[in-house]
Design a protein around this ligand. Sequence first.
Ligand code: NAD
Ligand code: 44H
Length: 461
Amino acid sequence: MPRLSLTNLPVTPAVDPGSLSIGVVHLGLGAFHRAHQAVVTERAAVATGNTRWGISGVSQRSAAVREQLAPQDGLYAVLERGLGDPTVQVIGSIREVLTAPESPEAVVARIADPAVSVVTLTVTEKGYRAKGGGLDLDDPEIQADLTGRPPRTVVGQLAAALARREAPLTIVSCDNLVANGPFLRRLVAEYFDARGKTPDVFAASRFPASMVDRIVPATTEDDRAEAARLLGVRDEAVVVAEPFLQWIIEDEFAGDRPAWERGGAVLTADVAPWEQAKLRILNATHSMLAYLGALRGYETIAEAVRDDELAALAHTLITEDVIPTLTPPDGLDLTAYGATVLERFANPALKHRTTQVAMDGSVKLPVRLLGTLQDRLTAGAEPTTLTLAVAAWMVYVHTTPALDDPQAPALKSALANATTPTAVVDALLALPTIFPATLQSAPALRDLLITQVAALTPRNQ
Ligand SMILES: NC(=O)c1ccc[n+]([C@@H]2O[C@H](COP(=O)([O-])OP(=O)(O)OC[C@H]3O[C@@H](n4cnc5c(N)ncnc54)[C@H](O)[C@@H]3O)[C@@H](O)[C@H]2O)c1
Ligand SMILES: O=P(O)(O)OC[C@@H](O)[C@@H](O)[C@H](O)[C@H](O)CO
């Protein structure tokens, strides 16, 4: 079957790809960007007729995405799976694909290009290389970038490009992190401090916070086969998504930007209540269902949330443990939002693997669960469903042989001699890169976790 390309276009993109020049760089050209920011950017170009905002996408680790997209002239389809029949839309907004490890200099040059005024990022939580809320200066890749080599880390890329720019830049983190924009700004500032020189352009550059929401599971061969059936051509870069899409962006830009609000995004003065509601309701429940679901042998989140007991726990987590910690964003009913989230998780067509959501727990837990846990303990509550989610992570870490986590060696070595629930809890709770001192010393928390870890541990462990 022929491959999707500009000369082999079964469905015309809404924008003429050839008309777009590059104005945005995206770091982390994974599935999510292709189903989210690239779609909104294309919709904005169509709505305004402005052709200045084509995207240069930077793949941060392997050449796999470049090998998928380059032969297709940057084109790919979004396969939308809702409750009815799936639909496909070919997206044309990605106009260049760079692979950072192969061409680190080209990445810096592109971000430094005066035609570029906006950088967006989806590089996963671990891609920020942070420790204790700041830049991990012990990270060997950060140390190597600081020696002045063509940078390989995201923070190093941004810093090197800012150092070359005259015009300020707007850098929009779209990762699931608390106050993602200010957090990234701090990391870049600390990188400049470590280098001993901060360029003038940094002060005028902006790091707006943003909340992103769309469930985008990793693409499978079955998805590629279905896309081929629907398109009549082979698309190696197809991404799968639910119909829901939300992007709330702090209205804080250093210069020109795509009219993302014309593509469906919302610009606002304060993203924090939206972000907190999303991370604490959606992502926390997602992680809980992933750990408890995986321990029960469920392959997907949809299977897990269709288990009545897990669905009841998810509901309790949202309504009893999380919502009391939140200030509702204007116009959002948090209880209704929680119910919608569970309906979205139950979409059987999405096939979001529990193991995909469960990966990188050491960097997800603090963002999704531990802030809420701290708030509930401070309020004098006993948040047993929240602690059950943490206990499920502990058992998952203990019982999963090939753990997919940036701290896997430290986690496994901490657990090396842990044969009882008490030892498992003590080994993991003692890790300061995950649990703050206030939680480590919360007396009732340890006992509760030991009881819950004991109840969740498989009998043959
Ligand atoms: N998939 C979703 O449903 C979804 C929804 C909302 C937000 N997000 C955010 O987007 C991120 C990426 O999700 P995805 O579905 O695109 O994942 P993906 O695996 O398809 O892509 C991950 C991207 O991050 C890069 N990356 C991974 N580790 C890195 C590291 N150590 N340093 C630098 N770059 C690194 C990879 O090169 C790749 O480009 C998530 O971690 C999350 O923060 C995802
Ligand atoms: O993408 P991750 O690995 O950070 O987290 C997995 C999911 O919880 C997450 O991607 C959600 O699907 C998403 O946040 C929904 O908007």
